[in-house]
Structures are given as C-alpha cells and as structure tokens.
Ligand binder design. Structure first.
Ligand SMILES: Cc1cc2nc3c(=O)[nH]c(=O)nc-3n(C[C@H](O)[C@H](O)[C@H](O)COP(=O)(O)OP(=O)(O)OC[C@H]3O[C@@H](n4cnc5c(N)ncnc54)[C@H](O)[C@@H]3O)c2cc1C
Length: 358
C-alpha cells in the first residue's frame, strides 16, 4: 500500500494524467490499494458497501482527475458485468484479479448501448466455430479505456446470425486480438484509451458474460449509467468549490447561481443513490436518463461559474488554477455514451409513446 493517500497522489498528478500517459500505469494499482474497486460488490464476492459508496468513490476521484475517474469507471463497470454474469467460471477466472487491480477491466460497450437505442449496428460479428460450441469473431471497437499493459480484459458485444448478441470478455493475450496505440486525445490522455481490432479471434462459452445481450444490457445499464454519473458529480462539485473560493468583483453576483447549482447537484445525487439503492431506477430507465441529463447540465453550468468567478486568471497557463483542465474534462461529459444527444432522443421517443397511448 503506498504511504501517500490516493487522493493526495491524484491531486499531485492530475495535470499529468490529463496531458500524457506517463503516470497512467500507476492509477489502477493505487485505486485498488485503497480498496475502491470493492465498493458496491456483494460481500460474498469479496466486496463491501453499496452502489452509493461506489458512486461516491468515483465522484471523489473525479474531483481530482477525470482521467483517473474514467479509468476507475471502466474498470468498475467491467467488475459489475462479471458480478451480474450467470457464468461462474468467468467470475472465478477474473474477479479476484480485477478487485486487486492486477488485471485491467475495460468496457467497450458504447457500441452496444447505442445498438440498444437503435442508433447503430454492432461492430463485431460471430460465426460458429468447431464442434464444441465455440465462435470465431471479426470486427473492431473504436474506443476503449483502461487497456492497460501488461494485461487487460475487455467487454465487447457481438452480433450473431442465429441468435441475440453475445456479451463477451476478451483477454488481451488471445490470438488475433490487437490494441492500437493510445488515441491522440485533447484530454484524459492518461486513461489508456485506444481502439481494438478483432481478427479471427476464437472464443468459447467460458468467455461469455452473457449469451443474450438484449437481456443483459438493460439489466446492467443502471449500474453502468449510475456509476458513470459519479464523473459528473465529482467534476461539478470541484468546479463549484473553485467558483466559491475565487474572490473578485463578480463573486457576490454569482453567489446565488452557485448556491442554486449546488442545491440541484445535491438533489440529483440523492435521487440517483436512492433510486439505485432501491433498484427503482432499474424499472424506470427514463428517470435514470433524466438524472444523467440533469447532472450533465449542472457540470456545464459549474465550469462556466468557475470561469466567471476566476476571470482572466483562468486564461493564464502560469497560474496554479485547474480551470483549463476542468473545461476539457467537462467536454467529455456530454459525449460519453449514452450521450446527451442520445438520451434526449430517447426522451423524445418516450414522450411520443405516451402521447400515442393517451
Ligand atoms: C476519452 C474517451 C474515452 C472513451 N472510452 C470509451 C470506452 O471505454 N468504451 C466505449 O465503449 N466507448 C468509449 N468512448 C466512446 C464514447 O463513449 C462515445 O461512444 C463516443 O464518444 C460517441 O462518439 P461517436 O463519435 O461514436 O458518435 P457518433 O455516432 O458519431 O454520434 C455523434 C453524436 O450523436 C449521437 N447520436 C448518433 N446517432 C443518434 C441518434 N439516432 N439519435 C440520437 N443521438 C444520436 C451520439 O450519441 C453522439 O453523441 C470514449 C470516448 C472518449 C472521448
């Protein structure tokens, strides 16, 4: 266990984690050593606490570094798939090493979530292979975070001709499975984000997270999305704190707006944790979508307030202010799947269905 707390380490290296990949390797072992991946995992599987604790832990990391928090999310979302999987062999194979951070879990399921929303088709296809019930996979995943050397395992959705899509755990060492170099991003560059190529990769039933993605994806979505909301919660909190702390002529004028955003953030966070704790949001995805949209909106207001309260100092590269990084980090929030645009489309469809039924 490192002697320095994980939060102190993140505070010291947040700019580096955003700007390049030099510190990327250290994130996973440090989060694991602090026990953060165990939060919200059932006790009998080696976990402790509830899903609200996991969301708060992601928010706490996001207050310091969104690159680290998104790495955390990808890893923790993969853990959730393994926990929710009916495949005990898969769970035994991966869960202990995911919890202690010696293997990196990655979720390449944006494509699947967009597929679920009717936006795009799946980018990986399976054909049956051999006599023993295996498959041969072909395709690509354009984005995937936490593809950390020396070993990762990535969740991928796979279309097949003779049944519903498979949700598969692909390990980095499998023949035909290739990671690109890190993508050339404007921020979050220490997040081990790359694309994946899948050329004639052989899998069998032991690699399946679930044999029916149409059943598994809606079931996994509340945790996927709820944990992801921790990113917005943490980033909004730190930007609103920064806005409050800056002194200057505009401070008093901005006070009421800062308080209003803080209140909205508290309410959305409480509703999210209560809804996920009671599993009410499992039955009501639309309510979960609305919370994700509300939080994304609060983030944009929060960084604007940080900018306005900081004034011209925010524009200086030689000042020890975090505004420019928060601004770039905030640009990620609307586009991460399910994106704000996708969810606005879902809400529009939902309202049309209600109108048609009335
Ligand atoms: C730093 C970073 C890390 C990432 N890590 C991962 C990861 O670990 N795993 C992963 O799976 N993905 C990851 N992604 C991808 C991310 O989650 C989004 O899927 C991706 O940014 C969406 O962009 P696109 O270019 O594919 O969207 P496009 O398909 O080009 O669409 C553009 C926008 O329009 C929306 N849209 C498209 N069609 C419709 C429609 N019919 N109705 C409503 N809205 C629509 C999309 O949701 C998107 O917001 C990452 C992205 C970034 C930037």
């Amino acid at each position: 266990m490192p002697s320095e707390s994980v939060h102190d380490w993140l505070d010291a290296h947040a700019e580096a984690l955003d700007a390049d990949s030099g510190k990327a390797k250290e994130v996973l072992p440090r989060l694991a050593a602090a026990g953060l991946f165990r939060l919200g995992v059932p006790r009998e599987l080696g976990g402790e606490g509830g899903i609200g604790d996991a969301i708060e832990a992601i928010a706490g990391v996001a207050e310091r570094s969104l690159a680290a928090a998104f790495t955390f999310w990808g890893h923790r979302a993969f853990i959730e798939y393994v926990v929710q999987s009916p495949n005990a062999v898969l769970r035994e194979r991966w869960l202990p090493r995911l919890l202690d951070g010696t293997v990196a879990g990655a979720t390449g399921l944006s494509n699947a979530m967009k597929y679920l929303g009717g936006i795009e088709s799946l980018g990986v296809r399976a054909t049956t292979h051999g006599e023993g019930g295996g498959w041969l996979l072909e395709g690509a995943v354009p984005w995937c975070t936490n593809l950390r050397a020396p070993e990762f395992v990535a969740a991928v959705a796979v279309a097949r001709e003779d049944g519903p899509p498979l949700i598969v755990a692909l390990p980095s060492g499998r023949a035909g499975f290739k990671r690109s170099a890190d993508l050339d991003l404007i921020a979050l560059r220490g997040s081990n984000t790359a694309s994946l190529r899948i050329d004639s990769v052989v899998i069998d039933a032991s690699d399946l997270i679930h044999a029916d993605g149409t059943q598994f994806l809606p079931q996994a979505r509340p945790a996927f999305l709820g944990l992801q909301c921790g990113l917005s919660i943490g980033l909004a909190r730190v930007a609103l704190d920064a806005a409050s702390q800056r002194s200057g002529a505009g401070r008093e004028v901005l006070g009421a707006e800062i308080d209003a955003q803080r209140q909205a953030l508290r309410e959305a966070t409480d509703a999210l944790k209560a809804g996920l704790g009671s599993l009410g949001l499992l039955a009501q995805p639309v309510e979960l979508f609305k919370l994700r949209l509300a939080l994304a909106d609060i983030v944009q207001h929060a960084v604007q307030l940080e900018l306005q309260a900081s004034g011209g100092r925010a524009y200086h590269r030689d000042q020890a202010l975090s505004f420019a990084r928060h601004w770039r980090e905030a640009a990620f929030i609307p586009i991460v799947t399910p994106s704000v645009t996708q969810l606005q489309g879902e809400l529009r469809k939902h309202e049309a269905r209600l109108r048609a039924a009335a």
